[in-house]
Design a protein around this ligand. Structure first.
Ligand SMILES: N[C@@H](CCC(=O)N[C@@H](CS)C(=O)NCC(=O)O)C(=O)O
Length: 311
């Protein structure tokens, strides 16, 4: 199941919510180097140098895969995908191998990057072949690096973080992260009724707010999708299939919000995006990796989702 590294040694274990009255508190990402386009920097953008480890189930990793695809960095950044169901945390298999090191578990790479590492073993993780370490395991920063540092190597010319919109994007991101991206986890991983209900109220009042905003304009900021939209998208696309039932986020489905559901369809239909969404991985990961929430580990068959059909 899930666990963590304790001075480089794997230990099984879940998040301890006792000190926070049942509230889930996300741990901060440990590897925070920054890749730049400056050739004299230790970590500079180069084709074939960096390798991205992702889970197709994970909404945070999904952001980085979307940025890689929209920027046209598929030939520049190589990828390994972990198995959706955790064993010793994230793992690899013959079908889904670690293309770079042939490891069995992602925690082996964390221990290789830092033999004394203590903490959770998270995706996404961006590995540097040259220095043999993890450059970053913070999705928001990997997304920004793909957008800016790698722009000169990119096939696509889309800018996900345009200079003129940065303040507005940062404001929306902070709100969406606290209340929605992390909000669904706060609902699902709460271990006391009060903590769950507080997260639930915040989540749905935030979705109501976004619904209102999307009644005024097609995207969160400006008239084309920016990173703010893609960061929201990875939560919305999982919502009706997983968060609604598994995480008890069940006041409404996204399908029940006219503007949010229209917006979700629009983003899903951007060329290349549907191929980054894997419902088999998404559903098997959540329903099978959290036995304290779903002890039978049965994966629901539904719901029927119709984003790629007519609106
Ligand atoms: N702040 C991180 C969060 C990443 C994260 O929490 N990833 C989850 C998967 S959705 C994970 O790897 N969890 C494994 C664990 O907690 O043991 C980011 O945005 O990159």
């Amino acid at each position: 199941m899930s666990g963590y590294l304790d001075h480089g040694q794997w230990r099984d274990g879940w998040y301890d919510t006792r000190p926070t009255q049942g509230e889930f508190v996300r741990t901060t990402s440990a590897f925070r180097h920054w890749i730049t386009s400056d050739p004299s920097a230790v970590f500079h953008a180069e084709a074939g140098r960096y390798h991205l480890y992702v889970s197709l189930a994970c909404p945070w990793a999904h952001r980085t895969l979307i940025a890689r695809m929209l920027k046209g960095l598929q030939d520049v950044i190589t990828v390994s995908v972990v198995e959706p169901v955790m064993t010793q945390g994230w793992c690899f298999s013959d079908a889904l191998p670690d293309h770079l090191h042939g490891s069995r578990y992602l925690h082996q790479l964390y221990a290789a990057a830092d033999p004394g590492y203590t903490g959770r073993v998270l995706v996404p993780a961006l590995w540097d072949r040259k220095t043999g370490t993890i450059v970053s395991n913070e999705s928001s920063e990997i997304l920004r690096m793909f957008n800016s540092a790698f722009a000169g190597l990119a096939q696509g010319d889309v800018d996900l973080y345009p200079a003129a919109l940065r303040d507005a994007i940062d404001r929306v991101n902070a709100f969406v992260y606290d209340n929605i991206n992390n909000g669904v986890y706060r609902c699902g991983f709460a271990t006391e009724q009060g903590a769950y209900e507080r997260a639930f109220e915040r989540l749905f009042s935030a979705l109501d707010w976004v619904e209102g905003e999307l009644g005024e304009g097609p995207f969160l900021v400006g008239d084309r999708p920016t990173e703010a939209d893609w960061r929201l998208f990875t939560t919305l696309v999982r919502f009706d299939a997983v968060y609604f039932s598994h995480f008890k986020c069940n006041r409404n489905r996204i399908e029940d919000f006219p503007h949010l559901s229209r917006y979700l369809r629009t983003l899903y239909r951007v060329p290349g995006i549907a191929a980054t969404v894997d419902f088999d991985h998404i559903k098997r990961h959540y329903y099978m990796s959290h036995p304290h929430i779903n002890p039978t580990r049965i994966v629901p068959v539904g719901p029927r989702l119709r984003w790629d059909e007519g609106s």
